[in-house]
Design a protein around this ligand. Structure first.
Ligand code: HEM
Length: 242
């Protein structure tokens, strides 16, 4: 039963993600609204998006503490996920072994940064005012995943060989009919991850893909050089000319 649910979750995650991205692609951006000062060329826009995604550039300008919490969380999450390759890849590419130790430290940093972001959301009044239940829910979910992961690492060790076999079979689509994982802590960790994947396409976690479609970030500041015509307006203009 667990594995059937796990496959359903994977399907919902992938289809939901693609569906949301399709929605972003199809959403018209009729106005020229780059947040200025903005680059004037396409190459400049690519660089701007890169610095946003890699260094959270505009957040850095906006609030140093939130930036610190955000960059520590996302950076350590990336390392944690790279370390998790060992549960899915067999054999593991050799250079991944070097990530291992950083991955463990990153796990601790990740949970610390999440705790900080949670406290900030509650303590900073203007942030609390605009926070919805889902904002807290996502933070608690991530903390739950991190804490169960750390407990497995430092307190109650799971059977890693079993985890590896189950995960390998799951991702190679041979998981249906497999037994439940025998470690309760791992089971909780895994079910929380499934919950995260399930809500991903329907939550603000989609900022991961949405950032690339944000007109305030992905437009060049060139309205004096190039006339900006929204696709629907161009179509209407062409029809009128006919
Ligand atoms: C299906 C996906 C996942 C599986 C099979 C999995 C499995 C595991 C296992 C077995 C451990 C214990 C490590 C050890 O004993 O050496 C662990 C640790 C951990 N997991 Fe996961 N995990 C998954 C997804 C995630 C996700 C998505 C996150 C973050 C959002 C996460 C965060 C952590 C953290 C922070 C640790 C502790 C540090 C570490 O050992 O890397 N896990 N995970």
């Amino acid at each position: 039963m667990l594995w059937i649910v796990a496959y359903l979750v994977l399907i919902i995650f992938f289809l939901g993600f693609v569906w949301r991205i399709w929605g972003y692609i199809k959403t018209p951006a009729p106005l020229k609204i780059p947040t200025t000062p903005a680059p004037t060329t396409k190459r400049g826009v690519a660089w701007r998006l890169f610095t946003e995604v890699a260094f959270f550039h505009s957040l850095f300008k906006g609030n140093k503490w939130t930036w610190l919490g955000g960059i520590l969380f996302h950076g350590s999450l990336a390392l944690v996920l790279l370390r998790h390759a060992r549960y899915f890849c067999d054999p593991l590419p050799p250079y991944f072994h070097y990530i291992n130790i950083f991955g463990v430290i990153a796990g601790i940093v990740m949970v610390g940064a999440l705790g900080f972001l949670l406290l900030r959301r509650y303590w900073v009044e203007r942030t609390r005012l605009i926070s919805a239940f889902s904002d807290y829910g996502i933070l608690f979910l991530l903390i739950g995943i991190g804490v169960t992961g750390l407990l497995m690492k430092f307190v109650i060790r799971p059977d890693i060989i079993e985890v590896k076999v189950l995960m390998n079979q799951w991702v190679t689509l041979q998981g249906v009919g497999n037994p439940m994982p025998s470690d309760i802590l791992f089971l909780v960790h895994f079910v929380l991850v499934l919950a995260l994947l399930l809500i991903f396409p329907f939550s603000k976690l989609m900022h991961m893909g949405g950032i690339f479609f944000s007109p305030t970030r992905n437009q060049a500041d060139n309205p004096r050089e190039v006339r900006h015509i929204a696709p629907w307006a161009a179509k209407a203009e062409a029809a009128e000319k006919k």
